[in-house]
Design a protein. Structure first.
Length: 319
C-alpha cells in the first residue's frame, strides 16, 4: 500500500465528507493505493455516523473511535499503530490542510529518501493573537532546544516513512513535537515543505489558553527528554553529588572550626546544633542524596517498557 492518511478529529461532522472526496480525488488521480484512517477522539456530534457511512461506501476508509476525548497525541498514536502504508500522511479534519499537497509529500519520502517532512504554513489565516503569536513563540523555543531548523513544528500536515511512525511513541501532548521525538529516536533526515493553509470553513478552533500553557510545559518536557531522557543519572546524579559534597564540606568545616576553637584555642562557642549553617549543610546533603536516588530510579525505569493503554477504543471499522 502506498499511502495511509491518518486524520484525528473531534466534532468535525460538517467537513468529513468534503475532506474524504478531496483526498480520494487526489490519490486516485495519482494512482496511489491508499487507506484513510479517521480517528474519532470522542466526538459528541455526528462524526462517527459519517465515518460509518463513508466506510460502507469505500472499504479503504477505516475508523477508530475513542470512548472519550483523550487528545490529539493519543489519536495519532492509535492511527500510527494501525497504518499500513509505505508513507503516512497526517492532516487535520477541518479542511485547513490541503490534500493537494499529498503527491509532493509522498515523493519527498519515497524518492528523496526523507524520514519526515513537516508542513510549514508560511501564510496563515488564523487569529494572530490566539494562534499566530503563540505558535511563533513555541516554534522559536523548539528550534533553540532541539537544533531542528523547522518553522512550524505544530503543523498537522506531515509525511512520515512507515519506519518512523512505528518507532515513535506519541503520548501526552507531544504531537506538537513529533519531529523532535523522531530525531531523538535516531531519524535524522527531517525537513520541511511550505504548504497551503486555508481559512477554517466549518466549526470553531479547538485552541484555547489551556493549550497555550500546555505548550510551555510540553516544551520543558521535550527539552529534558532530548538532553537527559536516555541518561537521567547524568543530570540528577551530577547535581546530587555536587550538592552532597557542598553540604558535606560545609558540615566538615563547621565541625573542624568548632574543635579547633574549643580544644586548641580554648575559645568558648555555641553548640553545633545552635549554628543555623549546620542545618543548611545537613539539608543540602539530604537533597543531594535524594537527587542521586532520583537519577538511579530514572535509570531503572528506562529499563522497563511502558505498559498499559493510553486510551480505550469503543469501535473500529475495517480494522
Amino acid at each position: 500500500m502506498n499511502i495511509s492518511v491518518v486524520i484525528p478529529l473531534l466534532n468535525e461532522d460538517e467537513s468529513l465528507k468534503e475532506l474524504y472526496d478531496w483526498i480520494v480525488r487526489v490519490v486516485q488521480s495519482n494512482h496511489y493505493s491508499y487507506e484513510i484512517l479517521f480517528i474519532d477522539d470522542g466526538s459528541t456530534d455526528n462524526s462517527w455516523n459519517i465515518i460509518e457511512q463513508l466506510s460502507q461506501k469505500d472499504t479503504n476508509v477505516k475508523g477508530i473511535r475513542f470512548q472519550t476525548n483523550y487528545g490529539k497525541s493519543q489519536a495519532l498514536n492509535a492511527g500510527f499503530k494501525a497504518a499500513k502504508g509505505e508513507v503516512i500522511i497526517t492532516m487535520d479534519a477541518d479542511l485547513q490542510d490541503s490534500p493537494d499537497e499529498i503527491p509532493e509529500l509522498y515523493d519527498l519520502i519515497t524518492k528523496d529518501g526523507y524520514d519526515l517532512i513537516s508542513g510549514w504554513k508560511k501564510k496563515r489565516y488564523d487569529s494572530k493573537i490566539r494562534k499566530n503569536i503563540p505558535s511563533k513563540l513555541f516554534n522559536w523555543a523548539a528550534r533553540k532546544t532541539s537544533d531542528l531548523k523547522l518553522h512550524d513544528f505544530n503543523c498537522g500536515l506531515k509525511a512520515y516513512s512507515n519506519e518512523v511512525v512505528k518507532n515513535v511513541d506519541v503520548y501526552g501532548e507531544m504531537h506538537r513535537y513529533i519531529p523532535v521525538l523522531a530525531k531523538n529516536a535516531g531519524f535524522t533526515k527531517i525537513d520541511e515543505k511550505v504548504v497551503q493553509h486555508q481559512a477554517r470553513k466549518y466549526g470553531t478552533t479547538k485552541f484555547g489558553m489551556d493549550r497555550f500553557i500546555n505548550g510551555f510545559l510540553d516544551l520543558i518536557t521535550i527539552w529534558f527528554l532530548s538532553k537527559f531522557g536516555k541518561r537521567p543519572m547524568h543530570l540528577f546524579g551530577l547535581l546530587g553529588t555536587f550538592m552532597f559534597l557542598i553540604g558535606f564540606l560545609s558540615a566538615l568545616y563547621i565541625g573542624t572550626s568548632k574543635l579547633l576553637k574549643v580544644y586548641y584555642f580554648h575559645i568558648p562557642t555555641r553548640l553545633i546544633t545552635e549554628n543555623p549553617w549546620f542545618y543548611i549543610a545537613l539539608t543540602t546533603m539530604i537533597l543531594g542524596t535524594l537527587f542521586f536516588l532520583s537519577g538511579f530510579l530514572g535509570e531503572l525505569i528506562l529499563r522497563s517498557k511502558r505498559n498499559g493503554n493510553l486510551y480505550n477504543i469503543s469501535n473500529k471499522i475495517n480494522l
